[in-house]
Design a protein around this ligand. Structure first.
Ligand SMILES: *Cc1c(COP(=O)(O)O)cnc(C)c1O
Length: 415
């Protein structure tokens, strides 16, 4: 094989692990040029919702490429972005009325943090502290890393990361400690609290209750602390409802969306905000402008893909598919119930997770790469987070493929 100049993300090239060359994808599967098939059991890192290459999304992209490819979005606009923004305002919690475009989950978080600080600065009450939840993940840019968990993934950059206030994860039975810590922290007048609603993804698929989410939102409201919901992973039905916040009746001040926004086909992100946050930036004074932009802000092709995604959500029985997938996940997870090496079986909506228990830490540390290798050899795209195995497939998966995923997990645990 010839040497590749590509430097892959989250990949230790020094270990020489094989990197399959993928040629095409359809529905729940990806294929190499020889036709070898892998089930994409993690939706290509949590982005593909309906399935790969959904015909309506592909058609929308094709059509848009023949009209308008790209447009500066400072001072100019286009239909795909206007339509998408109107639709997003209609389907997200009511107080969210403004839509700011960017191009990845990380940038949508950076925008959220800048909006929060801009809000306080512009109303003449500058605040700069951000509260975060233990084990959170919000992206890999410097600001997003700063509000996420610290560890081996960001140790070299730690001197550049800003300080935050961290409240404990509300594990079952220990919710009150989280609420008390949040309330104490809110008394210090932080700018905002940023949280992954109902499930912490990269932190290990850690699930907490809608009641706790609702109470955290209430505490922030009563202390006038902005509440930022990072729905980059949880959005678009993953947790069983279109947005996780819905299950708690929570309306955030700021909401971040990306990943499944285009059905997982092409990069796009939005940060939604309330009138109050927009109004704090609305002025005849140019210094109050929201100074943020990316070159490809609201790229028309990406917006067209997102509009097609929303049309699919409107016209196709997506809610039923999500409910069916949830039930399938539960049946499969139940097959693992008594496994001696598994613990912490959990599920929310379409996402199921379980922890592999091992007797010695050394074994645990190379568990994920060994399992990933096994799965790659056996037709499965699965990528455990440390010792946490999780399954998060596209919504179009059928029972046969689902059974193959869990058969593969059971077989991998034997080797
Ligand atoms: C993936 C993720 C991000 C970062 O999104 P990118 O598009 O990878 O930058 C932010 N927040 C959460 C909750 C995520 O899961």
């Amino acid at each position: 094989m010839s040497h590749s100049p590509v430097w892959h993300p989250f990949t230790q090239h020094g270990l020489g692990e094989p990197i399959p060359l993928i040629d095409r994808a359809e529905g729940v599967a990806i294929y190499d040029a020889d036709g070898k098939r892998w089930i994409d059991a993690i939706s290509s890192w949590w982005v593909v919702t309906h399935g790969h290459c959904h015909p309506r999304i592909m058609a929308a992209i094709r059509e848009q490429t023949e009209r308008l490819d790209q447009l500066i979005f400072a001072g100019w606009t286009h239909e795909p972005a206007e339509n998408l923004a109107r639709e997003l305002v209609a389907i997200t919690p009511e107080p969210l009325t403004r839509v700011f475009y960017s191009d990845s989950g990380s940038t949508s978080v950076e925008v959220a943090l800048k909006m929060a600080l801009g809000y306080w600065a512009n109303i003449g009450e500058p605040r700069d502290c951000i509260l975060v939840m233990e084990h959170s993940y919000h992206g890999d840019t410097i600001g997003a890393m700063s509000v996420g968990a610290r560890g081996v993934f960001n140790r070299p950059y730690e001197p550049l990361l800003f300080d935050v206030g961290t409240i404990p994860f509300p594990a079952a039975g220990r919710e009150q400690a989280t609420l008390d810590a949040l309330e104490a922290a809110c008394r210090e007048k932080p700018a905002a609290f940023i949280v992954e609603p109902l499930i912490l993804g990269a932190g290990g698929m850690l699930i907490y209750s809608p009641e706790t989410l609702a109470e955290m939102r209430q505490i922030c409201a009563s202390y006038d602390v902005l509440f930022i919901a990072d729905e980059v992973m949880t959005g678009w039905g993953r947790t069983g409802t279109l947005f996780a916040c819905e299950q708690a009746g929570v309306a955030p001040d700021i909401m971040c969306l990306s990943k499944g926004l285009t059905g997982g086909s092409i990069p796009l992100a939005v940060t939604l905000a309330t009138d109050a946050i927009f109004d704090a930036h609305y002025s005849r004074d140019r210094s109050k402008t929201f100074y943020h932009s990316s070159s490809y802000t609201a790229n028309p092709i990406a917006c067209a893909a997102a509009n097609a995604n929303l049309a699919i959500l409107r016209d196709e029985p997506v809610a039923e598919r999500i409910a069916t997938l949830g039930a399938m996940q539960q049946r499969q997870l139940d097959r693992l119930a008594d496994h001696p090496r598994l613990a912490g079986h959990r599920r929310i909506g379409t996402i199921a997770a379980v922890d592999v228990v091992a007797d010695d830490a050394g074994y645990l540390s190379d568990l994920a790469p060994r399992l990933i290798g096994y799965f790659r050899e056996h037709g499965l795209l699965l990528r455990p987070l440390g010792n946490t195995l999780y399954v998060m497939p596209p919504y179009c998966i059928d029972e046969d493929d689902m059974t193959l995923i869990y058969d593969g997990i059971l077989a991998a645990l034997k080797v």
